[in-house]
Design a protein around this ligand. Structure first.
Ligand code: ADP
Ligand code: MG
Length: 225
């Protein structure tokens, strides 16, 4: 299997009033195409920091990171924005959908940004939402969706551009157990069908145990759980 994402010895410290805090202390990780990996770890262990670096939203202090052969540690802002839009899908704990837009329009946005026609964007988005059992919710704004439905729309928005990898930071953290399982199932099924790699940060060992691999971030390094 081809490697989508490769990290070597990623380090990151934050300067605080009380000195420097070493959050990532040599993180190594290889993710293959279509692989579904969970990252677990105590609150404050650096999971979000790691996803920000992978997502080109923050720089590492040192180390190597390659996404589809692109070195993502030394990108210009414009190049980073292009890589983000083309190759990475983000899902967060809150859905972050645009409140004024319908479910369909929210999912269409990344395609329109990538230069697709309105018609193509609309067709692809409707198809994806239908596969996520939201075919009857296309015209609903986020306020008129349940928590689970809104998060499934966020899954569709993250996947619609066919990214190489999805970075999901506690995507089910705001949902009750049953809805969390439902959203997780939807994400898993769709990503497997599309052969999209996924890194999901979760507090739930129940959900983590349903992935291919569980990694624990502890003392700034990733280890097999
Ligand atoms: P997690 O997502 O595992 O809960 P984070 O990656 O959010 O952990 O945070 C890891 C550590 O880094 C925490 O101690 C946090 O306070 C610190 N931290 C995160 N972002 C910053 C920042 N921008 N400035 C200073 N410290 C930060
Ligand atoms: Mg976090």
């Amino acid at each position: 299997m081809s490697i989508v994402l490769s990290l070597k010895n990623i380090r990151k410290a934050f300067q605080t009033a009380s000195g420097s805090v070493q959050v990532l202390n040599g993180v190594n990780l290889d993710i293959c195409a279509g692989e579904f990996v969970a990252i677990v770890g105590e609150s404050g262990s650096g999971k979000s920091t790691l996803l920000h670096i992978l997502g080109t939203l923050a720089p590492a202090d040192s180390g190597e990171a390659h996404l589809d052969q692109h070195d993502i540690t030394t990108l210009s802002d414009t190049h980073a924005a292009n890589i983000r839009n083309e190759k990475i899908g983000f899902i967060y704990q809150a859905h972050h959908l645009i409140p004024e837009l319908s479910a369909l329009e929210n999912v269409m946005l990344p395609l329109l940004v990538a230069g697709k026609s309105k018609r193509e964007a609309s067709e692809k988005s409707a198809e994806l939402l239908t596969r996520l059992r939201l075919g009857h919710r296309l015209d609903h704004t986020p306020a008129r969706l349940s928590g689970g439905e809104a998060q499934r729309v966020a899954v569709a928005r993250a996947l619609v551009n066919k990214p190489s990898i999805i970075l999901a930071d506690e995507p089910t953290g705001n949902l009750d157990e049953k809805t969390a399982q439902d959203v997780f199932d939807a994400m898993k099924t769709l990503c497997q069908e599309e052969k999209t790699a996924v890194i999901v940060v979760t507090h739930s060992m129940e959900l983590a145990s349903q992935t291919h691999r569980i990694l624990r971030l502890n003392s700034g390094v990733l280890k097999h759980d």
